[in-house]
Design a protein. Structure first.
Length: 92
């Protein structure tokens, strides 16, 4: 299970889950995606079949970046760096 989030504006599309999963590949081995949009943040939980947590994280991140790059309605959204908060604290 990998958790991550997207930040951006405007409000998240109603079909957010479908926009993301449309760009997932079978080789990603993502079994399930849960999403929750709240203003300028989208929380994601991905269930990825992988040998280790690092592999699952890299796979989930790559799949999300691929979806953002290929879905025009997600162009204003991004995966922040883990220390992207103004006060230096970690997001996830």
């Amino acid at each position: 299970m990998i958790t991550m989030g997207l930040v951006g504006t405007p409000a998240a599309p109603d079909d957010l889950r479908e926009l993301l999963t449309a760009r997932f590949h079978s080789a990603d081995r993502i079994e399930h995606l849960w999403t929750r949009a709240d203003g300028e943040r989208i929380d994601l939980v991905l269930f990825v079949l992988a040998e280790c947590e690092a592999e699952a994280l890299l796979t989930a991140r790559a799949a999300c970046l691929r979806a953002i790059a290929h879905a025009p309605r997600l162009a204003a959204w991004r995966l922040p760096d883990t220390t992207d908060a103004d006060d230096g604290r970690e997001f996830w």
